[in-house]
Ligand binder design. Structure first.
Ligand code: GLC
Length: 440
């Protein structure tokens, strides 16, 4: 970990828990065609507000159901959009009238959510957008937002009277509210910076990121903050988005604490046509993604976009249920686990995770082998092997019968441990896992 001037959060729980739920919910859930619709369709913020704000009425919202779905899926923390780029706030902020309490919802939607998740044993975190396309002091820039396409002159007119300093103060005020009025917030997820060499983008100076992080650390020294404030070295977690790294994520050449954030379908906010077209990722893909994160020493923050009425749609629920079925039997290969030791090479068609405390190695069999599973680097190091989902013993092939005869010609050297696998992949297990108990 890189030391940085503003201190660091406590990531000890984070690297153990490994799996969280991201929630994107706001007025864009009504548009139901991506949370960037204001920018994508160049809708002036006032028009957007008039169209959606008076109609945001999540009458079916029951945060207990959301929390149960997350806990059931084996998720151990959550991060919810307290405010996204549109500027609307799910919480009852004293610094704006663009908030849930003034919508037909007529109540603070954040508080009961955080409470519900905590009561299900899921830690609570907030996403807070640095961008705010509706705030009257937010400087209109040529890169991002509903006015990015305008000419320099038109932008200059819109920017007359705007004061980015006042906007930065507004953000500090709101973040202070989140950190003082909503109980223990464990993660603060700022999003995002886009600095440009000529100063036309937005970053550290525009957000007054230094003051922001100083305040956050003073209020909650242990809180985990992400890496999007545009201050080099500030960020307890690194956050690759919409792709999987090929290795343990690095920063300045060093392995860092990291969390991939990924979507179930093609957008973060509820997207009706994603659901209609069934552009949802399969449960199989999602479970593999979780395994891939942990095998590379990282976390997965998996996103859901509830509907404007406050429900998690059926396809998302079915994915969460499948993940939960898998996690109930295989949570041991995820929670508390990390990348395997460097002297254990990755076997063909498998992903490895390792629990350093119990000294158990988990072989996730992504592609079922032909009778024998060859594990390089493990000969003589394993005491016992079993399939994790039903704790059925897996026999180790005797060295003498196997390796003496085939060995080098088949690429099976003396370092290889060969397991006698059942002839077919167990039918009811999405990704079977072999648990290996290593000798001291
Ligand atoms: C991007 C998008 C945003 C989403 C975020 C999640 O930065 O702006 O819509 O909330 O990714 O990581």
């Amino acid at each position: 970990m890189l030391a940085h001037p503003y201190g660091a959060g406590d990531t000890s729980w984070f690297v153990r828990e490994r799996f969280g739920m991201f929630i994107h919910w706001g007025l864009y859930s009504l548009g139901a065609r991506h949370e960037w619709l204001m920018a994508r369709e160049k809708i002036p913020p006032a028009v957007y507000r008039q169209r959606y704000f008076p109609r945001f009425d999540p009458d079916l919202y029951d945060p207990n159901l959301w929390a149960a779905a997350a806990a059931g899926a084996g998720m151990k923390y959550m991060v919810v959009t307290a405010k996204h780029h549109e500027g609307f706030c799910l919480f009852d902020s004293a610094h704006t009238d663009y908030k849930a309490t003034n919508s037909p919802a007529k109540r603070d939607l954040l508080r009961p959510m955080l409470d519900a998740f905590r009561s299900h044993g899921v830690r609570a975190g907030c996403y807070y957008s640095l961008l705010d396309w509706s705030h009257p002091d937010f400087i209109v820039d040529p890169h991002i937002g509903p006015y990015a396409h305008l000419s320099a002159d038109e932008r200059a007119k819109l920017n007359a009277g705007r004061d980015q300093r006042r906007y930065a103060a507004y953000m500090r005020n709101q973040v202070r509210e989140l950190l003082t009025n909503y109980g223990d917030i464990d993660v603060l997820w700022f999003d995002f910076s886009y600095p440009k060499a000529d100063g036309s983008g937005k970053g550290r100076a525009d957000w007054e990121s230094d003051q922001l992080i100083e305040m956050v650390r003073k209020l909650r020294p242990d809180i985990i903050v992400d890496d999007r404030l545009d201050i080099p070295g500030v960020g307890d977690i690194h956050t690759p988005e919409q792709f999987q790294p090929r290795q343990w994520y690095r920063h300045g050449g060093q392995k860092v604490v990291w969390e991939a954030c990924q979507t179930l379908c093609w957008s973060w906010g509820y997207d009706r046509d994603d659901a209609l077209l069934d552009r949802y990722r399969s449960s199989d893909e999602l479970i593999r993604t979780l395994i891939d994160c942990v095998a590379k020493g990282g976390n997965l923050l998996l996103n859901i976009g509830p509907t404007g009425r406050g429900e998690i749609d059926a396809r998302a629920l079915s994915r969460l249920a499948d993940i939960g079925t898998w996690m109930r039997r295989h949570g041991r290969s995820i929670t508390g686990c990390t990348e395997a030791p460097a002297d254990i090479p990755r076997p063909d068609g498998c992903a490895l995770t390792w629990n350093p405390e119990t000294r158990r190695l988990y072989v996730h069999v992504l592609s079922w082998p032909y009778r024998i599973l060859h594990l390089p680097g493990l000969a003589g190091r394993v005491e016992y092997a079993q399939l994790l989902h039903d704790s059925s013993e897996v026999l180790m092939q005797g060295l003498e019968q196997w390796q003496e005869r085939h060995n080098e010609n088949a690429g099976i050297g003396r370092d290889v441990l060969s397991l006698k696998m059942p002839p077919n992949q167990p039918k009811d297990v999405i990704v079977p896992v072999i648990e290996l108990f290593l000798k001291e």
